[in-house]
Design a protein around this ligand. Sequence first.
Ligand code: AMP
Length: 176
Amino acid sequence: MSAASIDQVKAAIRDIPNFPKPPVIFKDITPVLQRPELFRASVDVFVDRHRKSKPDVIVGIDARGFIFAGAVAYQLGVAFVPVRKKGKLPYKTIEASYELEYGRETLSMHVDAVKAGDRVVIVDDVLATGGTAATAAKLIEQLGSKVTECDFLIELKFLSGAAKLAKYSIFSAIAY
Ligand code: AMP
Protein backbone atom coordinates (compact mmCIF):
# COMPACT_ATOMS: atom_id res chain seq x y z
CA MET A 1 0.00 0.00 0.00
CA SER A 2 1.58 3.29 -1.07
CA ALA A 3 1.36 6.36 1.16
CA ALA A 4 -1.47 8.76 0.42
CA SER A 5 -1.38 12.54 0.85
CA ILE A 6 -3.63 14.77 2.93
CA ASP A 7 -4.81 16.33 -0.34
CA GLN A 8 -6.11 12.91 -1.35
CA VAL A 9 -7.84 12.62 2.04
CA LYS A 10 -9.43 16.03 1.48
CA ALA A 11 -10.64 15.01 -1.98
CA ALA A 12 -12.41 11.97 -0.48
CA ILE A 13 -14.37 13.90 2.18
CA ARG A 14 -18.00 14.11 1.15
CA ASP A 15 -20.20 17.17 1.75
CA ILE A 16 -23.75 16.38 2.82
CA PRO A 17 -25.83 19.59 2.70
CA ASN A 18 -28.49 20.13 5.37
CA PHE A 19 -27.48 17.17 7.55
CA PRO A 20 -28.52 16.71 10.33
CA LYS A 21 -30.46 19.92 9.65
CA PRO A 22 -30.16 23.08 7.57
CA PRO A 23 -27.86 24.96 7.13
CA VAL A 24 -25.17 22.48 8.24
CA ILE A 25 -22.93 21.06 5.52
CA PHE A 26 -21.88 17.80 7.11
CA LYS A 27 -18.31 16.64 6.42
CA ASP A 28 -18.73 12.90 5.87
CA ILE A 29 -15.44 11.11 6.54
CA THR A 30 -16.72 7.58 5.87
CA PRO A 31 -15.27 7.51 2.31
CA VAL A 32 -11.86 8.21 3.90
CA LEU A 33 -12.27 5.27 6.28
CA GLN A 34 -13.23 2.95 3.42
CA ARG A 35 -9.85 3.45 1.78
CA PRO A 36 -7.05 2.06 3.96
CA GLU A 37 -4.35 4.32 2.50
CA LEU A 38 -6.46 7.41 3.25
CA PHE A 39 -7.38 6.27 6.76
CA ARG A 40 -3.69 5.62 7.41
CA ALA A 41 -2.69 9.07 6.10
CA SER A 42 -5.26 10.75 8.33
CA VAL A 43 -3.94 8.90 11.40
CA ASP A 44 -0.26 9.36 10.52
CA VAL A 45 -0.61 13.14 10.20
CA PHE A 46 -1.28 13.18 13.96
CA VAL A 47 1.14 10.40 14.90
CA ASP A 48 4.00 12.23 13.15
CA ARG A 49 3.36 15.35 15.24
CA HIS A 50 3.70 13.53 18.55
CA ARG A 51 6.19 10.76 17.82
CA LYS A 52 9.14 12.60 19.40
CA SER A 53 7.59 14.21 22.46
CA LYS A 54 4.90 11.71 23.23
CA PRO A 55 1.92 12.85 25.30
CA ASP A 56 0.80 10.66 28.19
CA VAL A 57 -2.76 10.42 26.92
CA ILE A 58 -4.72 10.81 23.69
CA VAL A 59 -8.31 11.88 24.37
CA GLY A 60 -10.84 11.08 21.66
CA ILE A 61 -14.21 12.83 21.47
CA ASP A 62 -17.48 10.92 21.01
CA ALA A 63 -17.97 9.54 18.42
CA ARG A 64 -15.94 10.08 15.24
CA GLY A 65 -12.98 11.34 17.27
CA PHE A 66 -12.63 7.81 18.66
CA ILE A 67 -11.84 6.43 15.20
CA PHE A 68 -8.73 8.56 14.81
CA ALA A 69 -7.73 9.00 18.46
CA GLY A 70 -7.71 5.26 19.18
CA ALA A 71 -5.46 4.58 16.21
CA VAL A 72 -3.12 7.45 17.15
CA ALA A 73 -2.82 6.22 20.76
CA TYR A 74 -2.13 2.68 19.54
CA GLN A 75 0.58 3.87 17.16
CA LEU A 76 2.26 6.06 19.79
CA GLY A 77 1.93 3.41 22.49
CA VAL A 78 0.18 5.80 24.89
CA ALA A 79 -3.12 5.72 26.78
CA PHE A 80 -6.46 6.33 25.07
CA VAL A 81 -9.29 8.04 26.96
CA PRO A 82 -12.83 8.62 25.65
CA VAL A 83 -14.77 11.81 26.35
CA ARG A 84 -18.39 10.76 25.89
CA LYS A 85 -21.80 12.28 25.64
CA LYS A 86 -23.72 12.21 28.92
CA GLY A 87 -25.05 8.87 30.17
CA LYS A 88 -22.65 6.56 28.31
CA LEU A 89 -19.79 6.06 30.76
CA PRO A 90 -20.32 3.39 33.46
CA TYR A 91 -18.05 4.60 36.30
CA LYS A 92 -17.99 7.89 38.29
CA THR A 93 -17.87 10.88 35.95
CA ILE A 94 -17.38 14.61 35.80
CA GLU A 95 -19.57 16.50 33.36
CA ALA A 96 -19.72 19.85 31.62
CA SER A 97 -22.39 21.35 29.34
CA TYR A 98 -22.14 23.78 26.47
CA GLU A 99 -24.35 25.49 23.92
CA LEU A 100 -24.57 24.10 20.40
CA GLU A 101 -25.91 26.04 17.45
CA TYR A 102 -29.21 24.28 18.18
CA GLY A 103 -29.63 23.23 21.80
CA ARG A 104 -27.27 21.99 24.47
CA GLU A 105 -24.83 19.10 24.85
CA THR A 106 -23.20 17.55 27.91
CA LEU A 107 -19.84 15.75 27.82
CA SER A 108 -18.53 13.41 30.49
CA MET A 109 -15.30 11.77 31.47
CA HIS A 110 -14.37 9.17 34.10
CA VAL A 111 -12.94 10.79 37.24
CA ASP A 112 -9.83 8.59 37.02
CA ALA A 113 -9.37 8.87 33.22
CA VAL A 114 -6.36 11.19 33.47
CA LYS A 115 -4.04 12.05 36.34
CA ALA A 116 -2.71 15.35 37.68
CA GLY A 117 0.27 16.34 35.55
CA ASP A 118 -0.61 14.19 32.54
CA ARG A 119 0.13 15.78 29.15
CA VAL A 120 -2.93 15.27 27.02
CA VAL A 121 -3.65 15.66 23.30
CA ILE A 122 -7.29 15.93 22.20
CA VAL A 123 -8.20 14.42 18.82
CA ASP A 124 -11.48 14.95 16.96
CA ASP A 125 -12.65 14.77 13.37
CA VAL A 126 -14.05 18.29 12.94
CA LEU A 127 -13.46 21.67 14.60
CA ALA A 128 -16.62 23.68 13.95
CA THR A 129 -17.67 26.29 16.57
CA GLY A 130 -15.15 24.90 19.08
CA GLY A 131 -17.57 24.27 21.95
CA THR A 132 -17.01 20.52 21.97
CA ALA A 133 -13.22 20.61 22.16
CA ALA A 134 -13.23 23.53 24.62
CA THR A 135 -15.55 21.57 26.93
CA ALA A 136 -13.41 18.43 26.65
CA ALA A 137 -10.35 20.54 27.51
CA LYS A 138 -12.16 21.98 30.53
CA LEU A 139 -12.90 18.47 31.86
CA ILE A 140 -9.28 17.38 31.35
CA GLU A 141 -8.03 20.47 33.22
CA GLN A 142 -10.54 19.90 36.01
CA LEU A 143 -8.73 16.61 36.67
CA GLY A 144 -5.39 18.46 36.88
CA SER A 145 -3.97 17.51 33.47
CA LYS A 146 -2.49 19.76 30.82
CA VAL A 147 -3.88 19.95 27.28
CA THR A 148 -0.75 20.21 25.14
CA GLU A 149 -2.55 20.27 21.76
CA CYS A 150 -5.98 19.94 20.14
CA ASP A 151 -5.80 18.07 16.81
CA PHE A 152 -8.50 17.99 14.15
CA LEU A 153 -8.65 16.29 10.79
CA ILE A 154 -10.90 19.12 9.52
CA GLU A 155 -11.30 22.74 10.60
CA LEU A 156 -14.25 24.82 9.38
CA LYS A 157 -12.49 28.19 9.62
CA PHE A 158 -15.60 30.23 8.83
CA LEU A 159 -17.09 29.09 12.17
CA SER A 160 -14.11 30.55 14.11
CA GLY A 161 -13.78 27.61 16.50
CA ALA A 162 -10.10 28.40 17.02
CA ALA A 163 -11.14 31.52 18.97
CA LYS A 164 -12.75 29.33 21.65
CA LEU A 165 -9.50 27.36 21.88
CA ALA A 166 -7.24 30.42 21.95
CA LYS A 167 -5.38 29.28 25.06
CA TYR A 168 -4.38 25.95 23.46
CA SER A 169 -2.14 24.92 20.60
CA ILE A 170 -4.31 23.68 17.79
CA PHE A 171 -3.52 21.78 14.63
CA SER A 172 -5.88 20.98 11.78
CA ALA A 173 -4.82 18.82 8.86
CA ILE A 174 -7.46 20.13 6.43
CA ALA A 175 -9.11 23.55 6.42
CA TYR A 176 -12.21 24.86 4.67
P1 AMP B 1 -18.22 22.20 17.52
O1 AMP B 1 -18.43 21.98 18.99
O2 AMP B 1 -19.19 23.17 16.95
O3 AMP B 1 -16.78 22.56 17.20
O4 AMP B 1 -18.56 20.84 16.77
C1 AMP B 1 -17.61 19.82 16.70
C2 AMP B 1 -18.23 18.47 16.86
O5 AMP B 1 -19.42 18.33 16.11
C3 AMP B 1 -17.27 17.43 16.37
O6 AMP B 1 -17.27 16.36 17.32
C4 AMP B 1 -17.80 17.00 15.02
O7 AMP B 1 -17.82 15.60 14.90
C5 AMP B 1 -19.23 17.55 14.95
N1 AMP B 1 -19.45 18.44 13.80
C6 AMP B 1 -19.76 19.76 13.86
N2 AMP B 1 -19.97 20.28 12.66
C7 AMP B 1 -19.77 19.27 11.78
C8 AMP B 1 -19.82 19.18 10.34
N3 AMP B 1 -20.12 20.22 9.57
N4 AMP B 1 -19.54 17.99 9.79
C9 AMP B 1 -19.24 16.92 10.55
N5 AMP B 1 -19.19 16.94 11.90
C10 AMP B 1 -19.45 18.10 12.52
